[in-house]
Ligand binder design. Structure first.
Ligand SMILES: *Cc1c(COP(=O)(O)O)cnc(C)c1O
Length: 459
């Protein structure tokens, strides 16, 4: 018999988690105004809210924490990180930041002006937030296949080159500061971008003189999918693939809480010295001096080890296979999910799941609350709440996809936990006809409302 697949690590330290009763959860979620972000973590049994900063560090990362250099200027931890970024990602210049959105804040302070347009593939919410906050707009150029959850396109994160070129030819050169390519594309379901697409975007952008910036939170997972799915990359190592990917970028922003496998941190990296100099001014103002920029020395050390570990094939195989395991269990029962299964999360198509809940009543949020009540599993809505209102009209924006995202923290849960999640969703799926109403908003913030929104159940 062929030996089954198993994790290429064993567990050295554990953290207890608790199962609660349905009665407890009904009380807690009501007190949280039906916003899963308002729950206390001990009120959650299996936490799939996000894979951001929630992963387990390796013993080598913990060991590196102990040798962190906390000098204000010129610490060895800064140079460890600089060397890792140069060796693995190929960028000469970099600035540490406290997390990914801070990297966006600093870089966009240099590049984005009011009235600008920034094309990309389904910009991440904080990315879009930082663009719109500067009175500029994000233009989504993702391929149409990304919005059909049944389409088996292997690279649903790809940019549609015709859509991109139409932006390039419609707007003036000085109105387009950059194109942002998100690897993998979180908003469309953790879907990868192909090497060919990166190459084509780079070529087209060069022709129009537009900067290419990669939002790189899950760059290693993207490289894994290129190796698995793209012709000509099977024999290449992940490191070779990563190096080629970044050869097509002028700059990158990074949330190290994802593929840095650390709990906090981020950075900007760039090839041009001039951009580095300009961004340094804002980094010093918003984040900290250039050799720490919002990170402790120990955290920079853990990150430099994390960048090495995340580009290891064994690590990536574990990672992607666990996400796939959960996705396959759901698909076996006919539960509608974004296909193929992405790198960091399973996205349940809530509109197909809860057909009777009207779109004005926040379908994916309704499913997320049901899942919490069923088993204490916390996922997150990626739908109308997340999409915010249109800044001009003040109307709700109904996105093309209404999803419940189950994001899996790195190296944290076992497949037994995945089985609990799968069975909980199956139980809801079996009684889905009975769920006909969702929620209305009681209170919301003007931007990124999903974090703090308060909801009321519609009976
Ligand atoms: C998480 C994330 C960000 C923002 O990073 P934070 O560390 O959460 O501030 C930006 N882009 C993408 C694609 C992300 O996943």
């Amino acid at each position: 018999m062929e030996l089954p697949f198993a994790e290429s690590y064993r567990i050295k330290m554990v953290e207890p988690i608790f199962r609660s009763t349905r009665e407890q959860r009904e009380q807690w979620i009501k007190e949280a105004h039906y916003n899963l972000f308002n729950l206390k973590s001990e009120q959650v049994y299996i936490d799939l809210l996000t894979d951001s900063g929630t992963g387990a560090m390796s013993h080598n990362q913990w060991a590196a924490m102990m040798t962190g250099d906390e000098s204000y200027a010129g610490s060895s931890s800064y140079y460890n990180l600089k060397n890792a970024i140069r060796a693995i990602l190929g960028f000469e210049y970099f600035l540490p930041t406290h997390q990914g959105r801070a990297a966006e804040n600093v870089l966009f302070s240099v590049l984005v002006k009011p009235g600008n347009v920034v094309p990309g593939n389904s910009h991440f919410d904080t990315t879009k937030g930082h663009i719109e906050f500067r009175n500029a707009s994000a233009i989504d150029c993702t391929i149409d296949e990304a919005f059909d959850t049944e389409s088996l396109h292997p690279f649903k994160g790809n940019i549609d080159l015709e859509k991109l070129e139409s932006v390039y030819s419609t707007y003036q050169h000085d109105e387009i500061p950059m194109v942002i390519v998100t690897l993998t594309c979180n908003t469309s379901g953790g879907q990868p971008v192909s090497m060919q697409n990166l190459k084509d975007v780079s070529r087209l952008s060069k022709k129009y003189g537009i900067k290419v910036v990669f939002d790189s939170a899950r760059f290693a997972e993207n490289a894994w999918f290129i190796k698995e799915r793209e012709l000509g990359y099977k024999e290449k190592s992940i490191r070779e693939i990563v190096a080629e990917m970044f050869s097509y970028a002028d700059a990158m922003t990074m949330s190290s809480k994802k593929d840095g496998i650390v709990n906090i941190g981020g950075f900007i990296a760039m090839k041009e010295e001039e951009l580095f100099q300009n961004a340094s001014v804002f980094n010093i103002m918003y984040e900290g001096f250039n050799t720490y920029g919002g990170m402790a020395g120990r955290d920079m050390n853990a990150l430099s080890v994390g960048l090495n570990e995340v580009t290891d094939e064994h690590y990536l195989e574990n990672r992607v296979k666990q996400v796939e395991y959960l996705g396959n269990r759901l698909m076996e029962w006919g539960i509608p999910v974004q296909k193929p299964i992405g790198g960091h999360a399973v996205f349940v198509d809530a509109r197909k799941f809860l057909k009777q809940v009207p779109k004005e009543e926040y379908i994916a949020q309704t499913l997320a609350i049901e899942l919490y009540l069923e088993a204490g599993v916390r996922g997150v809505e990626v739908g109308t709440l997340l999409a915010d209102r249109d800044p001009k009209s003040g109307e709700n924006r109904f996105p093309k996809l209404e999803m419940l995202r189950l994001a899996i923290p790195r190296r944290t849960y076992t497949n037994n936990h995945m089985d609990v999640v799968a069975v909980a969703l199956k139980n809801i799926f079996d009684r889905r006809e009975k769920i006909v109403h969702g929620f209305r908003i009681e209170k919301e913030a003007p931007i990124m409302r999903h974090f703090t929104v308060e909801l009321e159940r519609i009976d």
